[in-house]
Write a protein that binds this ligand. Structure first.
Ligand SMILES: NC(=O)c1ccc[n+]([C@@H]2O[C@H](COP(=O)([O-])OP(=O)(O)OC[C@H]3O[C@@H](n4cnc5c(N)ncnc54)[C@H](O)[C@@H]3O)[C@@H](O)[C@H]2O)c1
Length: 355
């Protein structure tokens, strides 16, 4: 590996307490010869002192813009609006390749500054499998919130918690009524997490994946009390729920938790709602009689910042130790160039990984 200077930035969003590298893995990076700078951050789940203790250098929040040009800036979610020109290589979830709002602006900022986006969503092995993802905890929380809502125990606003505390509220209590649950996308990362949360709640869910939805048995779907949708749709399929299913008086389904949150996308398998729900008001009633409640939160893993950061960091660490211009990182860089050029944004080729 060439000498790497990683710069872990503060997250702009005040509710974002997660981090892509936890102190234990920071130690491994430093021991491997990586220069690690860690910005101070009031909300990060691990204080900067824990990074300093393992050999990282502290820096003020947001100071990455003046980091040395060869530093690779590491974060999770969106960058602040300034600076207008991005000169560094940035590793984070850019949400810029599927025509999302602000996508072209972000790519233009990279084009203007000569930097590059190495998007964590597209950090994949040579079979296309994601190398680091938050899916398990998204599914765990999606199912946990559905259980709590269904049992009348969901407290709003939601706040970040620990698994121990969450599990304490999830375990069945005397007087809890039995109910049936269905997880779709059950074999994936978030599907596994959803099934684990149901297990903690004392519920054995029905598990469907591709094979079971090929010829969709919608009456069977509607006969469950709770649905947790965890699919990763790549081609359009018939929707799991339609407007007329909400009116169906024989529907047993009362609580839907949509982990996938593809609202507005042509691939959406739950086109019965038009906006996500939020931590302040996590549940929206979609139908009154018979009732149907929706939970559709698009940043679920942030509710378990420690556990989700620890797992993500463990998956990312080997990739960071192997940081370079080939392999998975090379594919990220190629994709960035392709996506930028598709939008008419000039980016240069370069051996060093700098564009
Ligand atoms: N809400 C959140 O906070 C949050 C966080 C992380 C991920 N997500 C989203 O959750 C979704 C799932 O992510 P993942 O990491 O679990 O993906 P994954 O690829 O690990 O699993 C997806 C599963 O869905 C299955 N699937 C695909 N199409 C299906 C269909 N038509 N019927 C039944 N099963 C089908 C696949 O076979 C696979 O087992 C993604 O859309 C992801 O963006 C949401």
């Amino acid at each position: 590996m060439t000498e790497l200077h990683l710069w872990l930035r503060h997250e702009t969003r005040t509710t974002e307490r997660r981090t892509p590298v936890v102190p234990a893995d920071a130690r491994r990076l430093v021991e491997s010869g990586v220069t690690l700078t860690v910005e101070e951050s009031p909300q990060r789940i691990f204080p900067v002192e824990e990074y300093e203790a393992v050999g990282a250098k502290p820096a003020p929040a947001g100071s990455w813009a003046s980091a040395p040009k060869d530093a690779v800036i590491l974060g999770l979610k969106e960058l602040p609006d300034e600076p207008a020109e991005l000169t560094h290589r940035h590793i984070f979830f850019g949400h810029a390749y599927k025509g999302q709002p602000g996508a072209t602006d972000l790519l233009r900022r990279f084009g203007a500054g000569g930097g590059a986006l190495l998007d964590l969503e597209y950090l994949v092995d040579d079979t296309g499998r994601r190398l680091a993802a938050f899916g398990f905890w998204a599914g765990y929380l999606g199912a946990a919130l559905a259980v709590l809502q269904h049992r009348g125990r969901l407290v709003a606003p939601l706040t970040p918690t620990s698994k121990e505390e969450l599990d304490g509220t999830l375990r069945p209590a005397a007087g809890d009524a039995e109910f049936t649950a269905l997880v779709i996308g059950a074999l994936g990362r978030s599907g596994r997490g959803a099934r684990a949360a149901f297990g903690t709640a004392g519920i054995e869910p029905t598990s469907w994946d591709l094979a079971e939805t090929q010829d969709l048995d919608r009456p069977a779907l509607l006969a469950h009390d709770v649905l947790v949708n965890c699919v990763l749709a790549t081609t359009p399929v018939p929707p799991f729920l339609r407007a007329q299913d909400l009116d169906d008086p024989s529907r047993r389904l009362r609580t839907v938790s949509d982990v996938t949150c593809d609202v507005g996308s042509p691939l959406n398998v739950l086109p019965v709602y038009d906006r996500t729900t939020e931590w302040d008001a996590p549940v929206r009633q979609l139908h009154e009689r018979p009732p149907l409640d929706l939970i559709a939160i698009d940043n679920l893993p942030s509710l378990l910042p420690k556990e989700s950061s620890t797992d993500f960091s463990a998956a990312l660490l080997p990739q960071l130790l192997d940081f370079g211009t080939g392999g998975a990182w090379g594919r990220c860089l190629d994709l960035f160039r392709t996506k930028a050029r598709e939008r008419g944004i000039a980016v240069a080729d370069g051996e060093s990984g700098h564009v």
